[in-house]
Design a protein around this ligand. Structure first.
Ligand code: NAD
Length: 313
């Protein structure tokens, strides 16, 4: 019977630093771009109005995994997290399961990490300051990863003053200033209302749009999206359930207008063309990102760098 490592939330965070998550995420985009890592489409299992389940499989690096994760927006009122789930990592050669991993920690790390990977690839070379709009769980990890990548100081903006002040205090950032002048803006709100109007798009800025990761969500006006040079994590997801979806459905953005981040990282496509344009990266969240962080976490346990318990099936 296989013995599986059990990686809970704290074990994942002990095993993978923000810097480690950034490296794993960048590598995952490169491997996927060159065809070495593969990723069938995300499957949604809907149970509305309560919420939905998402099954996210990926294969690469000698491993296969599936992340089974939720979005239940009414859960906080019940004292439960909006997002929860598990990730199962298996040996790709034998199919034997190797680890059960807390999906929430992996998701937080890989979501924060992609903000830093995209900024490194697409922001102006002299970009430093960061505005985080939406300072909840994933906004916090985006900010932490931006710091790990050398960005800052920054501004934390959130209608919940405790969320903004808490993150600002942790990082030594500002919770009272206007974030719109920052070099990199990370939008990590629930995506139920527009927080970026077309008139607010500033030349030279880089925008990480992280909050709109499913159908019906948007953080920017369609004209704001259209005003930018556009990049996405994956076209299929971004055009159907991402920040780009509204502009695609309105017929003002097509596949030819949008470049994959992996192609830019690999040097196969152009990123930012000049210092005055605004770049926009649409993150919808990819299973290959989860795979990259899950491998890093599992190998830290396997190699004895971080302790974890086990379970025998
Ligand atoms: N792109 C990805 O890969 C990815 C991954 C995970 C989560 N997400 C998405 O990111 C979003 C945020 O998730 P979370 O888990 O951090 O949620 P959360 O509830 O922890 O945080 C959201 C924060 O946004 C704030 N907010 C709400 N309206 C705002 C506004 N108008 N301006 C500024 N801040 C506002 C809230 O007060 C809250 O602090 C969700 O839509 C989630 O689905 C995306």
């Amino acid at each position: 019977m296989p013995e599986l490592a059990l990686l809970d939330h704290d074990t994942v965070l002990a095993a993978v630093s923000p810097t480690g998550a950034i490296e794993a995420t960048r590598d995952a985009f490169l491997r996927h771009h060159d065809g070495e890592w593969t990723m069938p489409s995300k499957v949604y299992v809907e149970n509305y109005p309560a919420g939905d389940f998402r099954a996210m499989p990926a294969l690469g690096g000698g491993y296969a995994m599936v992340k089974w994760i939720t979005s239940f927006p009414g859960n906080p009122a019940k004292g439960l997290p909006t997002v929860s789930g598990v990730l199962v990592l298996s040996d790709a050669e034998t199919g034997v399961p190797l680890a059960i991993i807390d999906a929430r920690a992996v998701t937080a790390l890989r979501t924060g990490a992609v903000a830093a990977v995209a900024a490194d690839a697409l922001a102006r070379e002299d970009a430093a300051t960061v505005g985080v709009i939406g300072c909840g769980l994933h906004g916090t990890w985006a900010a932490r990863c931006m710091v790990a990548a050398g960005y800052g100081p920054g501004v934390c903006a959130d209608p919940d003053p405790r969320a903004a002040a808490g993150l600002a205090e942790e990082l030594g950032w500002d919770a009272d200033a206007d974030p719109s002048d920052c070099d990199v803006l990370c939008f990590v709100t629930p995506g139920h209302e527009i927080v970026l109007a077309a008139g607010q798009v500033r030349p030279g800025a880089h925008l990480n749009m992280l909050g709109a990761d499913g159908p019906g969500k948007a953080e920017a006006e369609i004209d704001a999206v259209r005003a930018c040079r556009l990049f996405c994590d994956e076209w299929a997801q971004a055009s159907h359930g991402g920040e780009l979806t509204g502009a695609v459905e309105a017929g003002v953005v097509t596949r030819e207008d949008v470049t994959d981040l992996g192609a830019v990282l690999a040097g196969d496509a152009t990123g930012r063309v000049d210092d005055d344009e605004t770049t926009l990266f649409d993150s919808t969240g990819l299973a290959i990102q989860d795979l990259g962080v899950a491998i890093a976490a599992y190998e830290a346990v396997r190699d004895g760098r971080v302790p974890a318990s086990t379970v025998t099936l």
